[in-house]
Design a protein around this ligand. Structure first.
Ligand SMILES: NC(=O)c1ccc[n+]([C@@H]2O[C@H](COP(=O)([O-])OP(=O)(O)OC[C@H]3O[C@@H](n4cnc5c(N)ncnc54)[C@H](OP(=O)(O)O)[C@@H]3O)[C@@H](O)[C@H]2O)c1
Length: 347
């Protein structure tokens, strides 16, 4: 058994970590932090955990957290920068769900997040936690930066096309839509039921913080002789709680005669959490709700030179907490799907 702590246990990714970790056979939950709910029983805030978790929230404390083997950060950006160095020094494995260690370029991070990078010294140690791209490095890592939710769905959709140099990398488009839990659990007028329900809109079309992260990932998929990938990314807000649907567009190279269905099936054949659906399918967000699966479908409309990939995930599972646990399993040598075998909730 490993001792596990969670910093930021009252948020949506925090409670999703709890939901999954309480039934993980190799995990003993020892610390769950919240500054606002210090001393309150976890099950009082989340009755879904009654009978599964008898811990109380406590304020983050490095001495207590340092007793853990693994600590998850389910906090807003900037928090892990401050607390991770002491834990890292003490040999604790850290899995950060926030954006703090996702971008390798500290200046770029500071441009997009509007504050100086608070922990440049640990950037070279941080491994980007997308197992389908980085499994070997994750296995050796002490600090893993979990991908954002949109970046997970977009990168998994583009990966087979980009790493095989099959599309024009300079004209990539991602239209992606997320449920409201993607914005976390703070009070926010834009996320009110009466603002969101029965409506659909784009937002942050001029630039979303996930754009540089996706582009960094696309560049890592490319060989050095290729023109650098460029992406137009437009996120949308869906009137539902969980789920992301990304529709990706790319222009195939003139000389491409590859069978895209077979390419995708072969690329993901050994991936426990990527399911390539049969030709002609349209994956639905509800087919992955509360599961760690990413479902993909690829199509070439009218046999033309445009390829369209549809990618669905649950933003709180494969898009954050489930993927974080997948990373923990890899880092700790457990079966990669341990604690993550749930079938999606339907209807
Ligand atoms: N929601 C998603 O779908 C999603 C997906 C992928 C990644 N993420 C990322 O995961 C992180 C958490 O997201 P979330 O949606 O769960 O957020 P959230 O619902 O807003 O929860 C944030 C948590 O962090 C704690 N916290 C806030 N400020 C803190 C501080 N200064 N020190 C220590 N703890 C602090 C809060 O508790 P107290 O204030 O009581 O301490 C709360 O438990 C974010 O960085 C987010 O970008 C979210």
């Amino acid at each position: 058994m490993i001792k596990v702590g969670i910093v930021g246990g009252t948020g949506y990714t925090g409670v999703e970590l709890l939901r999954l970790l309480v039934s993980h056979p190799h995990v003993e939950l020892t610390v769950i932090t919240s500054r606002s709910e210090d001393g309150v029983a976890v099950a009082d805030i989340y009755p879904s955990l009654r009978g599964h978790c008898d811990l109380q929230f406590s304020v983050p404390d490095n001495n207590t957290l340092s007793q853990c083997d693994v600590v998850f950060f389910a906090t807003p950006h900037g928090v892990a920068h401050k607390l991770v160095p002491a834990l890292y020094e003490n040999g604790v494995k850290v899995i950060d769900l926030s954006a703090d260690f996702r971008l390798q370029d500290a200046e770029l991070w500071s441009e997009w997040y509007g504050q100086p990078h608070g922990c440049e010294a640990l950037l070279p140690k941080a491994v980007y936690g997308l197992p389908e791209m980085n499994r070997a490095a994750i296995k050796q890592a002490q600090l893993v930066a979990c991908p954002g939710c949109y970046p997970t769905s977009v990168q998994l959709g583009f990966l087979p096309l980009i790493e095989n140099n099959l599309v024009d990398p300079e004209y990539l488009i991602a239209n992606a839509a997320s449920g409201t839990s993607g914005a976390g659990r703070q009070a926010n007028v834009d996320a009110l039921h009466s603002e969101v329900s029965d409506s659909f809109k784009a937002y942050a079309s001029a630039g979303h913080r996930h754009l540089p992260e996706i582009v960094q990932g696309l560049h890592l998929m490319q060989s050095p002789d290729q023109a650098k990938a460029k992406l137009t990314f437009v996120p949308h807000l869906l009137p539902m709680v969980r789920g992301i649907h990304s529709t990706l567009y790319a222009r195939l190279r003139v000389d491409t005669a590859v069978d895209l269905q077979t390419l995708f099936e072969e690329r993901y054949a050994n991936e426990p959490f990527v399911d390539v659906m049969p030709a002609g399918s349209h994956p639905q967000t509800r087919s992955v709700k509360s599961s760690n699966m990413c479902r993909l479908a690829v199509v070439r409309p009218q046999g033309d030179d445009m390829v369209v990939v549809m990618s669905v995930i649950d933003n709180l599972t494969k898009g954050s907490s489930g993927q974080a646990i997948q990373n923990m399993n890899i880092m700790c040598g457990f079966d990669e799907d341990e604690g993550l075998r749930q079938v999606a909730l339907l209807p």
